[in-house]
Design a binder for this molecule. Structure first.
Ligand SMILES: C[S@@+](CC[C@H](N)C(=O)[O-])C[C@H]1O[C@@H](n2cnc3c(N)ncnc32)[C@H](O)[C@@H]1O
Length: 331
């Protein structure tokens, strides 16, 4: 009897996809990528440097080879280029803290079937709660994700040569945009609006970067806090539009247009879906996170952003890749 069925391997990988999350988080917990980078090449060497069991080290290495984060050559392991870039500890772009954090979120997925049935969160909502301590764990862990986007945005906007500009970052979190942009332009000043416990974290991090004297904060809910009028040259709204519904996004973009000087620029960074909803992969999947955690959020299409920004009074909207997100630049 011939078997014309397709292979079940892809589906088996998806069913057990949580193994990959677990292996990655456990490897990050034991700083495996850093040890590999520093020359550990075998399970024995890794076990010794990481202070873990040799059986555990071998299992982690096997798992990392399986998920494409380690390479094996004649009995010697090393990081793949991706792992070497993004998973070694204590670099500006290290996603290792984020990998550790996300493992703690996996339990929430058991609610997804019910969340899908009712069309929104079934337990506590996350983003609609004022001063939610949820953000304190998140903002430093996700800062590394924003480094490439903030760097690309600085180039697109020509920030380094823009002189004495003022910047408004709504929902700035760790202050990563302000940090990178103030370093790029020593004449610039930045203001961040966020909840006060988060602003406190941002002030500490920007002081550590040596740019704290050009950084101020406003505390409160961005839905109700005044952004001012014709005050800023640049405004940024990064990884927030996905937690909001269409009405709120138009409302915030309208107030941001008003807060900008004539000719000022708004940069939105987010996971943006193609207009036909055919991709990219990451934004399509991220919508489930917003269904779990928000009443109105989702990943929005390029056409949604264009429509909302024009409605808000911007005249020119362009898109720039900053994987896995997209920079939406509106003037
Ligand atoms: C996903 S983080 C993004 C942080 C930063 N913009 C980035 O891209 O790295 C969302 C941020 O928005 C803030 N935030 C969410 N809802 C808010 C609200 N209603 N008012 C003020 N800040 C809010 C959170 O405290 C958090 O710092």
């Amino acid at each position: 009897m011939t078997n014309n069925r397709p292979s079940p391997v892809g589906i088996m990988r998806l069913i057990n996809g949580y193994w990959a999350t677990g292996i990655l988080a456990a490897a990050a917990t034991h700083k495996v990528f850093t040890h590999l980078e520093n020359g550990a090449e075998t399970a024995t060497e890794l076990a010794e440097r990481a202070g873990i069991a040799e059986r555990g080290a071998q299992t982690l290495l096997d798992g990392l080879v399986s998920v494409g984060l380690a390479e094996l050559h004649e009995g010697h392991y090393r990081n793949t280029p991706e792992a070497a870039t993004y998973l070694v500890e204590d670099t500006p772009v290290s996603l290792a803290p984020f990998a550790r954090l996300k493992l703690t979120h996996t339990g929430a997925l058991t609610d997804l079937a019910e969340v899908v049935r009712v069309g929104g969160p079934v337990k506590d909502v996350v983003v609609e709660v004022a001063n939610n301590p949820h953000w304190e764990g998140i903002v430093t862990a996700i800062a590394a994700q924003s480094v490439p986007a903030a760097t690309i945005a600085a180039e697109v906007l020509g920030l380094a040569d823009a002189g004495e500009i003022s910047i408004l970052d709504v929902g700035g979190g760790s202050g990563i945009y302000s940090g990178i942009w103030l370093e790029a332009n020593p004449a610039a000043r930045a203001t961040q609006l966020d909840w006060e416990p988060i602003n406190e974290i941002a002030r500490r991090l920007l002081t550590e970067r040596g740019v704290g004297d050009r950084f101020t904060t406003l505390a409160g809910d961005f839905h109700t806090t005044d952004f001012g009028t014709a005050q800023y040259d640049i405004a940024v709204y990064s990884h927030i539009a996905h937690q909001e519904g269409p009405e709120s996004n138009v409302e915030v973009f309208t107030r941001l247009r008003q807060a900008l000087k004539p000719g000022g620029t708004l940069v939105v960074n987010d996971y943006v879906v193609d207009d036909d909803r055919g991709g990219p992969q990451f934004p399509l999947l991220f919508a489930s996170e917003m269904l779990l955690k928000t009443r109105q959020g989702s990943t929005w299409r390029r056409s949604d952003y264009r429509e909302w920004l024009i409605k808000a009074g911007f005249e020119d909207v362009s898109f720039h890749t900053a994987e896995p997100g997209t920079l939406v630049v509106a003037k």
